[in-house]
Design a protein around this ligand. Sequence first.
Ligand SMILES: Nc1ncnc2c1ncn2[C@@H]1O[C@H](COP(=O)(O)OP(=O)(O)OP(=O)(O)O)[C@@H](O)[C@H]1O
Length: 404
Amino acid sequence: MTLLVHYHEIGLKGKNRARFEQILLQRIRDALAGTGARVSRLTGRILVREVPEAQLEEVERRLERVFGIAYFAVVREVPIDFDGIARVGLELLPEDTTSFRVSAKRANKRLPFTSPEAERAIGARIVRATGLPVRLKGADVEVHVEFFEEVAWVYTSRTRRAGPGGLPVGASGKVVVLLSGGIDSPVAAWRMMKRGARAVFVHFHSYPHTDYYSAVKSKKTVEVLADWQGESKLYLVPLAKVQEEIFARCPERYRTLLYRRFMLRIAEAIAEQEDAKALVTGDALGQVASQTLENMHAVGRAVRMLVLRPLVGMDKTEVIEAAKRIGTYEISILPQQDCCSFLEPKRPATRSTPEDLDRAEAALDIPALVRLALEGAEVLRIPPSHLRSAADGQDPEAPAKLLT
Ligand SMILES: Nc1ncnc2c1ncn2[C@@H]1O[C@H](COP(=O)(O)OP(=O)(O)OP(=O)(O)O)[C@@H](O)[C@H]1O
């Protein structure tokens, strides 16, 4: 079977466009690895050929998760001949069709007819055979005909499926995402991935002060996100020592904010190693005490790198909806002991300044603590689900084993 993949070309010009197409082609090839499908580029489209029928559902499931794809459909290849095209259109029309229209596009502009002429000629043949009414606006079924060099591709609106849109992962460089195990940060990661950024994940745990389950959850979350961006890297970083020092040497009310500052600093060091250009968090304005404008600013000043907060203007209900669509919600709501709950201050500061936090952490050897955390980090490479069982040397339960 053959599928025709469409992407939005708006805003893609010159060199950018060729790069976008190349990255998208590669992302589709990676996503369809092992299905037997062959992927090639046409003018303004991507063609997926030789999809075994038994694999169609799986191929469609994977294409729905490739950023950059606007929509796709199983198509029938027909020689350029109106009678033949109309016959295929008829075969493809579902039995319960109440009205239809033909929509034609020509990639080959040398054809001896215009798109409206083709639409009328094919439409008239379908009307003659079925008696169905044509509705140019609000048709029950649209018969799409796309003319290429020697052939036409035919499909209907009923079998067209939406892709996630956006830009293919890799088109916008790399970011480091601070992944907490909560609902928000996976959604923040997904939004960055949708804009073409490859996400490298960092999770902080307080083991042995809390259990290791938050790390297991973060791994399970990355497994879901790997289906959207391909193989993903997850750093599991111990924060316990940093927290002990903050507990012993810093004022209680700033504790959570100082934990956050260290998370950003450690993530920044990882970003430098990874050649990532920004840090991403799941902060939303006003959600918890640490997420006031003042506190976000005071925490963010600990690093020089750009800190992006793609959810900052979203409501919790919108984030929950998004998490459900992405597939991370069910994992995020599993109970866990968050590292920030370790010795949480009774009355946390809601309006701190960068100077308050600088003073609060003055007694700490910051570079040494960052180094120590980095030395204790474990790095996991998490393939998408279809490659997981075949992954070399991967033990999917590795973090779970650490629990025992
Ligand atoms: N243990 C952690 N490991 C990595 N990042 C973290 C951790 N805890 C918090 N963060 C980062 O800080 C952000 C704010 O965390 P916080 O727990 O205050 O808010 P939240 O709204 O509950 O976010 P989330 O739902 O992502 O946990 C998170 O979205 C995440 O980016």
